[in-house]
Structures are given as C-alpha cells and as structure tokens.
Design a binder for this molecule. Structure first.
Ligand SMILES: C[S@@+](CC[C@H](N)C(=O)[O-])C[C@H]1O[C@@H](n2cnc3c(N)ncnc32)[C@H](O)[C@@H]1O
Length: 236
C-alpha cells in the first residue's frame, strides 16, 4: 500500500489517554462554540428532534449527550477514531437512561450500517487529509430529508494558521488553547491546504449548496472565527 503523504497529525488514542480535565475541555470546542446554534438549528428544522443523530469525531461527546438529553426519543450515536475517549463516553452513558451509544469510526471511511436524520462532524475535518471523500461518506449516511452539519476550515483559515505556524511563540502562550510547540504539526493539514473546503467545493462534491447554520439559528451568538471556520448545513 502506498504510504500516505499526510499521516495522522496526532495520535488521538495517546492524546485522550493522557488528557487531563483542562485538555479535555480545550479539545471539546463544540460545547462552547456550537451547542447553542446547533440546538437552535435543530429546534427550527426538526422541532420534535431527529429520530436518529450521529456525531462523528465526537471527542468527549458533549453534543451527543446534549441532544439526547434534549430529545429523549432520539437515538444518538457518537463516533470517534480513539478508543480511549469512546470508553470514557460509554461509561458516562451507562450512568444515564438515554439512548446513546459510542462506536469507532476512522475517517475518511464512514460506512455505518444505518442512516441518520442528522449527521454532524465538528472541529474534526481539519485532522483528516481526505476531507472531500470524508464529506461524501458523511453525506451518504444522512437519511433523505435530513441534514449534514459540518465545521470546516477555508482559505482564510489557512492564511491565518500559516502565520501562527510560522511564529507560534509570537502568537501563542501558555494561556492559549494550542501549544506553540505542537501547533505547526497539529494543523499541518490546514497549513498545507490538504483539509480545506469552501461553499463552492462542497456544492461540487455533494451536489447541494451548503448554508450557514447561523442563517437559521439567528439568535445564537456567532463564534469569532466563523468566517474562517464556517459552520454549515447541507440538506439532503
Ligand atoms: C478537536 S476534537 C473535536 C471533538 C468534538 N467534535 C467537538 O467539537 O467538541 C477532534 C476529535 O476528532 C477525533 N478524530 C481525529 N481524527 C479522526 C478520524 N480520522 N476519524 C474519526 N475521528 C477522528 C479525535 O479523536 C477527537 O476526538
């Protein structure tokens, strides 16, 4: 098999095994930045909640737990490549009586044995070299009438991350979410343009225009970087 030009930039199992509470919080950006617009979007588009929901690259599963809590009829599945974080999530799920499960999936491959009304992939595409194949696979897993919701990096983000990667110690310190020592490696795929998307490219790949989640969730606060890192939905 040909060697991948861009192997995973992070060993995510090792990362989650070693993560303390601060690292877990820093690596769960959706809880802070996306939860509010995401549930406002769901309330607007699917007021009774989705029957089925999958979050891919779920990390500690904040969105999965929140959606399940909010819509107890929903069957929710969190997928991640790292067994370490999935094991923690399963333990937390067992302590609830919600219909939640956690399964392993390694993007760009995503071939679950079912489809979902809503599939999300948030703050994860930037770590996957074959972003275009990834969104095809994710969209295939959406039920007709449902929605794919993704957060991705665009060319503006690439320019910004390149500046940070060139002089990380100038821009990042110990209070930053990102470690200046590892920033350039961690976001190599963004800096090298290997994991970028745009509205036009998403339309070309999926055949449907994406739309900003904030065009539906217009009461929700937009996170600062949303022009560089859009949060969009693609109806199916
Ligand atoms: C920055 S965290 C985001 C977690 C969560 N989606 C959020 O936004 O709060 C990225 C997650 O993607 C997972 N991940 C990285 N590469 C992956 C891949 N190729 N397939 C599936 N999950 C992956 C990591 O284990 C990690 O949990």
């Amino acid at each position: 098999m040909a060697e991948k030009r861009y192997p995973n930039t992070i060993d995510w199992d090792e990362y989650w095994n070693e993560a303390d509470e601060d690292v877990r919080t820093d690596t769960s950006p959706s809880a802070d930045l996306v939860l509010e617009p995401f549930v406002e979007f769901l309330d607007a588009r699917l007021p009774d909640g989705p029957d089925t929901y999958a979050d891919v690259g779920c990390g500690p599963g904040d969105l999965v737990f929140e959606v399940s809590d909010r819509y107890p009829e929903t069957t929710a599945v969190g997928y991640d490549s790292a067994e370490a974080v999935l094991a923690e999530n399963r333990k937390r799920a067992r302590a609830t009586n919600l219909d939640i499960s956690f399964e392993r999936a390694v993007l760009p491959e995503f071939e679950p044995d079912r489809r979902f009304d809503v599939v999300s992939c948030l703050f994860t595409l930037c770590y996957v070299a074959d972003t275009e194949r990834t969104i095809e696979q994710l969209y295939d897993a959406v039920e007709p009438g449902g929605y794919l919701v993704i957060h991705y990096h665009n060319r503006l983000a690439q320019a910004h991350y390149r500046t940070l990667a060139e002089s990380p110690h100038e821009y990042l310190d110990e209070d930053s979410v990102w470690n200046p020592e590892t920033f350039a490696d961690r976001f190599e795929l963004v800096v090298e343009g290997e994991s970028l998307l745009s509205y036009e490219r998403i339309r070309e790949i999926l055949g449907t225009w994406p739309q900003s989640v904030f065009s539906v969730a217009d009461d929700a606060e937009q996170y600062g970087a949303h022009r560089h890192e859009p949060l969009v939905y693609v109806p199916k």
